[in-house]
Structure formats: structure tokens, C-alpha cells
Design a protein around this ligand. Structure first.
Ligand code: ADP
Length: 578
């Protein structure tokens, strides 16, 4: 049985928390007495009727003092005290033994040795008991307050420590953040500086590259420009018309090694550079070392066509150099393009001037003849009033020369139609064999030293074509065959048909065409190198027009010739338009 008495404090304003006082006695009446004495203290009075009960109480709560009866059945007061002292929590709780008055001093001594703080004899004197317990209550409260204060301090200290470490963490975080930001800033500044230097370099390069209109000078300037910032040495190879690489520029930081760079052979043909060229953009040549240097190659791309390659060598290369080299190559390509355009423009002007002088000569010759014969006729018919046989020949010459003039003017008109995209054909079914036969019949009578012969069986070959224009094509080729074989000889025509196309080959035994002129033959105004020596006139327009007309028919013209061994021009036409 356990009881707890809550005694209201006399002073209601006193809100101090109550403390527990444990009273242990096997006799309820004794406990009531103790309760009566102590209730004025206004604390929690907890009753226990045996040592075991007292120990249970002590397990759950703290007590300011224990009033312990010595004589109890079963576990007596001393045993109880001994067990209390053995427990951690209540070790320090003051014990006041209460015992019968006739006990010996040994008894008292035993009580003190078990940690009693006092020893009272029954019947207890209320005031003494109350004031003693009040002292312990006070002490307990002070102890509690002190413990609270210590706990509070510890809490505050812990909080402070936590705040402190939190602050430290934040400071560390900030410091780290600042360091990172600082690093990033430094990197950005360095990057900007590099970008500025790069821009300056490129601006200077642009200026320098623009100072010449000769592409070789431009490329030589470029090779020097990259030294020493971008390369220890540089070579530039340009694709020739024959598709070979030819070295246009070579430079080395060490002038004594210039010779070596010039001799660095076959760079452009190496598989590493070929790879770069196939990709069409700058590349590091990782598997290639030349003279101990790392290399990078940049294709020179002019109007989307690879026209050369710039190869640079230095101790080490990275992406930054690669990008810079590419930007530089782009500027160089622009400058080279300009130079080429300038050269083309100059050549065009030269061709135009040449053409004007040839054209005026070509036009003037028949005009002079026309003029001479016309005035001769005028005079003679004026004098005699009759037309003699001689006059008729003169009239024929006038007709021929007027025809020649007409043809020249037609040529010029056709050229202008080609230029403006207005040359067109009107297809109709026509017989090619009949056309060739008619052409031979027409031309043969005017020839003295030549014979024109159809050497293949040709009875009827129908195609869809523009008869007038095709007549112009074959007339032109036949006239050329005659014109460019001044010694005379045979002009043969071979007509063949196979696999959906018809080929007409016109061969002569004339002056032939030099190999280097063959690729340019169909370019307007172009005349082969050997014609001027032979004093054979012409405007260099006929073949250009022939090619255009044949192309409009979906066909092509092929030429086979050796100088001084004659030529064969073959026109291939599809039997049916595509
Ligand atoms: P033109 O004969 O007025 O010069 P073409 O365009 O007809 O112009 O011919 C271009 C050039 O091709 C000629 O100047 C000449 O050099 C060459 N050529 C054309 N046909 C022949 C040929 N049958 N034999 C040799 N050279 C030829």
C-alpha cells in the first residue's frame, strides 16, 4: 500500500514546485503522526509501509529526505538504508532514522555508519522534526536549483558550441565559395585576355593578308605571320589544276632551317593530312611528328572547295591553337579568293581586249572585201550597163563574204543568248543521216583541197532534236575540220548508234591540238596555242556554242587530238530525250 498526500501550501502565492519527502514506517498511525507534523512544510509527503515499498518509490522519484523507521518486520530500517545507499539515484538522499528511545549507542552508531544524517527517538518532537526536514527540503531545493542551473549552463554552452561550429561551417563555406569564385574570375580574366590577344592577332592578320592581291605573296605573308606565336614552322601547299599539291610558302623561326622546311616533302599527300582534308576542317596530326614537332593541318577552303593545306609545327598543340589556326585560315582563304577573283577579272579584261581586237579584225576582213567588190561592180556596171561572167564571180564573192559576216554576227548573238540564259532548242523528230548527207553536199562544192566523206553506213537515224541548231553544231565542226587542216586532206564522218545513243565523229588530218590546250577548248574566247603560228583566224566561240547546244539536247562533245596529227570531235546524243 502506498499513499501520497498533497498538502496545499499555506501561502497560495507560493508557486515554488514541491519536493518529495518519503516517510517509511510499518505502522500507519506513526505515519499519520509524521504527516501531521510535516504537512505545514507544504511538500509532497509520500508514505511507505515497508522497506520494499520505500525502495520502489525511490526507483521512480527523487526525495529531499527519507524518514525511516528502524524497527520494521521483514526488512528493517538499517537493511533498507543499506540498499538505498547501494543505489545510484538515491545515494545522497539524507536519511533520518526514527527509533524507540531505549536503544543503545551502538544502535545509533550503526545508523550513522549507514549514512544517516540524523537520528530521532520516538516520540519525535514535532518542531525538531519539522525544522530538520525543512533544512533538508531547503538543501534539496538548492541542490535542484543548482542542478538546473548547471543543466541550463550546459545547454547554453552546447547551444553556443553548436552556433559556433555552425558559424565556423558557414565561414568555411563562404571562404571556399569565395576561393572558387576567385578562381573562376581569374580564369575568366585569363580567357578574356586570350580572346583579346586572339582578336588582335586575327585583326593584324586580316590587315596583313589584305595588303596584297597576289595570292602567292598573301600565302608567304601568312606563313611568316604564324611565327612564332602559333608555330615554329609553317608550310603551305596549294592544289594545282592537275590535282597535285605544290608548295607556295615555307617559313621557319630559325632562318637557317628555312631550307629544311622548304624540303619537307610530300606533306599534303600523307595519310594524316589527307584525313584532315577529307574532313574539311583543321585537325591535330596526332600520329605525325616532323623534325620532332607536333603538327596541325588546316585546309584552305575557298568557296567551299579545298584549294590547299596549311601545315604548322610546334612543340605542342591544343584546341586553342587549332581554333586560332582555323580562324586564320578562313581569313587567308578570303584574301586568296580576293586575289584569285582579281586575277580572273584581270584575265577577263585581257580576254575582252583580245577578243575586241580579233573581232574587229574578223569583221573588217570580209567587210573590206565586200566593199572592194561592191564598188568595183558599181563602177563597171555603171560604165557598161551589162553583167559579165567576171562580175557574176564578184557578186558571188560579195554573197560569200556577206554570209561570213552574217555567221560572225550570229555567233556573237548566240554567245549573248548563252550568257543571258536565253539559248533554247525546239525539238522535233528529225533524221540525223539525212542532215549529215545534206551538210556534206553543201560543203563539198566549196572545197578545193579537202574531201568530206561519210565512212559509216547511215540511212536513217531518227532523233528528237532541234534540226537548225544541230545543223549549226555539225556545220561548225566540219568548218573547223577544214579550217584547221590548211594543207587539205580527208575529213571523215562516222555515225554510230549503240545503247540509246548516237555518236557522230568528225575527223581531220590537220594541225591537231596541243595537250595543254585540250581542257580549255570549250571555254569561250579560247583558242589553242598553235593557231596563231598558223595564221588561222577565228573568235574562239564556235566550240563553246557547240557544247551548249549539245548539252541542251542532253548530250556531250568529246575531243581526241594530237598536235600535227589531226583531231576528232565526237558528238554523243541520246536517241530519245531524257
Ligand atoms: P575558232 O575556230 O573561231 O577559233 P572555236 O571555238 O571553233 O573557235 O574553236 C576553238 C579552238 O579550238 C580553235 O581556236 C582551235 O584552236 C581549236 N580547234 C577547234 N577545232 C579544231 C580542229 N579541228 N583542229 C585543230 N584545232 C581545232
Amino acid at each position: 500500500m502506498l499513499e501520497q498526500t498533497m498538502v496545499e501550501p499555506t501561502d497560495l502565492t507560493d508557486r515554488e514546485p514541491r519536493v518529495n519527502i518519503l516517510m517509511v514506517d510499518d505502522r500507519p498511525e506513526n505515519l499519520l503522526v509524521l504527516e501531521a507534523i510535516l504537512q505545514d512544510l507544504g511538500q509532497n509527503l509520500v508514505k511507505a509501509y515497508s522497506g520494499e515499498e520505500a525502495l520502489k518509490q525511490l526507483l521512480h522519484q527523487d526525495f529531499a529526505a527519507i524518514l525511516l523507521d528502524v524497527q520494521m518486520p521483514g526488512m528493517d530500517g538499517f537493511e533498507t538504508a543499506e540498499l538505498i545507499r547501494g543505489r545510484g539515484r538515491s545515494q545522497q538522499t539524507p536519511i533520518i532514522f526514527i527509533t524507540a528511545i531505549n536503544k543503545s549507542e551502538t544502535h545509533v552508531f550503526q545508523g550513522y555508519s549507514l549514512g544517516a544524517v540524523d537520528y530521532l527517538f520516538k516520540p519525535v518532537v514535532p518542531d525538531i522534526l519539522r525544522s530538520k526536514v525543512a533544512v533538508f527540503v531547503e538543501l534539496f531545493k538548492k541542490k535542484q536549483a543548482l542542478e538546473q542551473e548547471i543543466a541550463e549552463r550546459q545547454r547554453v554552452e552546447l547551444e553556443l558550441r553548436q552556433t559556433h561550429s555552425e558559424l565556423e561551417r558557414r565561414v568555411a563555406e563562404r571562404t571556399a565559395g569565395l576561393a572558387t569564385a576567385n578562381k573562376a574570375l581569374q580564369a575568366e580574366v585569363a580567357e578574356r585576355q586570350r580572346a583579346e590577344e586572339r582578336l588582335r592577332f586575327l585583326a593584324e592578320a586580316g590587315r596583313l593578308l589584305g595588303t596584297s592581291l597576289d595570292y602567292e605573296t598573301i600565302l608567304r605573308n601568312l606563313a611568316k605571320l604564324v611565327l612564332p606565336d602559333l608555330a615554329d614552322w609553317c608550310v603551305i601547299d596549294i592544289l594545282t589544276e592537275e590535282g597535285m599539291f605544290s608548295r607556295v610558302a615555307a617559313a621557319h623561326v630559325d632562318p637557317q632551317r628555312e631550307e629544311w622546311v622548304r624540303e619537307v616533302a610530300n606533306l599534303a599527300d600523307s595519310p594524316a593530312i589527307q584525313r584532315v582534308l577529307t574532313q574539311g576542317k583543321a585537325g591535330l596530326l596526332e600520329d605525325m611528328k616532323i623534325g620532332g614537332s607536333s603538327c596541325l593541318a588546316v585546309p584552305l577552303v575557298v568557296r567551299e572547295q579545298i584549294r590547299g593545306v596549311i601545315t604548322l609545327g610546334a612543340a605542342e598543340y591544343g584546341m586553342a591553337e587549332l581554333e586560332l589556326a582555323e580562324a586564320l585560315a578562313q581569313r587567308a582563304a578570303l584574301a586568296v579568293d580576293n586575289a584569285w577573283l582579281y586575277r580572273e577579272a584581270q584575265e577577263a579584261v585581257q580576254i575582252r581586249d583580245q577578243f575586241l581586237s580579233i573581232a574587229s579584225h574578223e569583221l573588217k576582213t570580209p567587210l573590206t572585201v565586200l566593199h572592194g567588190y561592191a564598188s568595183l561592180l558599181e563602177r563597171r556596171i555603171g560604165q557598161t550597163g551589162v553583167i559579165t561572167e567576171r562580175d557574176q564571180r564578184a557578186l558571188h564573192v560579195i554573197y560569200e563574204q556577206a554570209e561570213r559576216l552574217n555567221r560572225l554576227i550570229e555567233l556573237l548573238l548566240d554567245i549573248s543568248r548563252i550568257e543571258t540564259g536565253q539559248l533554247s532548242i525546239e525539238r522535233a523528230r528529225m533524221d540525223l543521216c539525212a542532215l549529215m548527207a545534206r551538210l556534206i553536199d553543201e560543203i563539198q562544192p566549196s572545197l578545193e583541197k579537202h574531201t568530206v566523206r561519210l565512212i559509216s553506213a547511215c540511212e536513217q537515224l531518227d532523233i528528237e532534236g532541234d534540226e537548225l541548231r544541230l545543223e549549226q553544231v555539225f556545220q561548225n565542226l566540219l568548218r573547223n575540220a577544214v579550217k584547221y587542216s590548211p594543207e587539205g586532206g580527208e575529213v571523215t564522218i562516222r555515225v554510230e548508234q549503240h545503247e540509246g545513243r548516237i555518236s557522230v565523229g568528225i575527223s581531220d588530218q590537220g594541225i591537231g591540238i596541243p595537250a595543254e590546250s585540250l581542257p580549255h577548248l570549250f571555254t569561250r574566247f579560247y583558242r589553242a596555242k598553235n593557231v596563231s603560228a598558223q595564221l588561222i583566224g577565228g573568235l574562239g566561240l564556235g566550240l563553246h556554242i557547240v557544247k551548249e547546244i549539245v548539252a541542251l539536247h542532253g548530250g556531250e562533245v568529246e575531243v581526241f587530238s594530237h598536235e600535227e596529227q589531226g583531231s576528232t570531235f565526237t558528238v554523243h546524243l541520246p536517241t530519245r530525250p531524257g
